[in-house]
Write a protein of this length. Structure first.
Lengths: 321, 115
């Protein structure tokens, strides 16, 4: 079976329920083989070019894989279409836990910094309330962005009614290779996220309305040894290199994933040591009674993100195999 | 026929054919058929069908219990064979009766409406 047929079949089944993919893929492959064989007729030893031409004809007769996929799911029009749905789910899985952790950390910092006596009940109350609001806002924002992007990409409902089969050709297959697209989209989002992480030590507190606490300096203790910051940026640079490789190759591999896992865990250990051995956060943002709580919350948040990242990465890798 | 009319005709034909293909597939699958053999059988019988419509349809009929499917791995190429089930055969018989009734009705209507 040629690479073209493999990409075509992958495009059809990638948006279908996981338990039906193998069966449908096998049936489509068998059909493509039958149709190619039928076109080649009585030729006993067809030339490679003849087989390739017959295969192109067959794939074009079967039409746009996205359309075929929709026929299988028999689904109505979606707010988020099948093209962007996997990236949408990926974004939700990634962004919502991060927003929850970020909201919990920033709210606890703000709460501890603005209250002399830290009462756990009041702290939890404020954390839960504000985190739910942050999660709902993030979910709404992501959904709206993807829905608008999807409408733009698909050109609205018009092309679906007109029948996309005639407008589709095999040449579009490589451009719509679903797996490659998803890997590229994830790599770009990860790079943006890494840049944001790299900027954290430089962001002034005035940007998040707590600038009055330390005269608009950064969140980081100005007396922190520069080696810690350089180490932090070095880890992020290595992670960015992995994402750039994925972006350029439009594919990932077990070796890249394992390197990523090792880097994530090494960075988490590095940050845990940094946070537990010295004052990393700006001293004006923390009260003596809350310093320990802040450090523990931050360490728990870091490990929660690392563990979540590993689970999502392996699940995505398994789903894409 | 202008472009809009052609578009409208194409849509209505597609709807009409969709129902016909379900009925024709049930009838044809009284003998076990794999996807491409069914496609060829239907085309040769004058029921134009597209592969990208037929395969998802077969799967839906299988889910509804009207067709049963079995992989045959004994041949050089593994193929999924579909056969009509008992309830599928009953549905096909009922559809056949309705088809005949509809044919009578539409013929009568056509004659009455013809000046």
């Amino acid at each position: 079976m040629s690479a073209l047929t493999t990409i075509y079949v992958d495009n059809v089944v990638s948006h279908l329920p996981e338990d039906s993919r193998g069966d449908i893929a096998a049936e489509i492959k068998a059909t493509i083989d039958d149709m190619v064989e039928d076109r080649l007729g009585d030729l006993e030893h067809p030339a490679d070019e003849q087989t390739a031409a017959a295969e192109r004809e067959v794939l074009e007769e079967l039409g746009d894989p996205a359309q075929l996929s929709r026929e299988y799911t028999n689904s109505p029009q979606h707010l988020i279409g099948p093209k962007s749905y996997p990236v949408f789910i990926w974004a939700i899985r990634w962004v919502l836990p991060l927003v929850a952790v970020a909201a919990a950390v920033t709210n606890s910092i703000a709460f501890i910094a603005t209250n002399d006596e830290v009462q756990i009940g009041a702290l939890i109350g404020q954390l839960v309330g504000n985190t739910i609001v942050a999660l709902l806002t993030a979910f709404a924002a992501i959904t709206i962005i993807f829905a608008l992007g999807d409408k733009e990409m698909s050109g609205g409902a018009a092309d679906k009614i007109a029948g996309t089969k005639k407008d589709w050709s095999v040449d579009q297959l490589r451009a719509t290779d679903a797996k490659a697209n998803q890997i590229r989209a994830e790599a770009v989002l990860n790079l943006i996220f890494l840049v944001l992480l790299a900027l954290i030590p430089l962001i002034p507190t005035s940007l998040v309305y707590v600038g009055h606490l330390n005269n608009g300096e950064t969140f980081i203790n100005p007396d922190l040894e520069s080696g810690w910051l350089l180490g932090y940026w070095a880890f992020l640079t290595l992670m960015a290199v992995i994402e750039v490789i994925k972006l350029v190759r439009s594919s990932t591999s077990a070796a890249l994933i394992i390197t990523g896992v090792v880097l994530d865990v090494a960075m988490a250990v590095f940050l845990t040591i940094a946070l537990l051995t010295q004052q990393v956060l700006h001293p004006d943002l923390t009260s003596a009674s809350g310093a320990e709580v802040q450090q523990i919350i931050t360490v728990i948040a870091i490990w929660a993100i690392v563990i979540w990242d590993q689970i999502s990465t392996w699940r995505a890798h398994r789903a894409n195999r | 026929m202008n472009e809009d009319e052609e578009q409208a005709l194409a849509t209505h034909e597609q709807e009409l054919r969709r129902g016909t293909v379900v009925f024709a597939s049930l009838v044809a699958c009284r003998q076990p058929q794999y996807g491409y053999s069914l496609l060829t059988t239907l085309t040769e019988a004058g029921i134009a069908t597209e592969a990208n419509t037929l395969y998802p349809l077969l799967r839906r009929l299988e889910k509804q219990g009207l067709l049963s499917a079995e992989w045959n791995t004994e041949q050089a190429r593994p193929r999924k064979y579909y056969s009509v089930t008992t309830s599928g055969a009953e549905v096909a018989a009922a559809l056949h009766s309705q088809w005949l009734e509809l044919n009578t009705s539409i013929t009568k209507l056509w004659k009455e409406g013809t000046p």
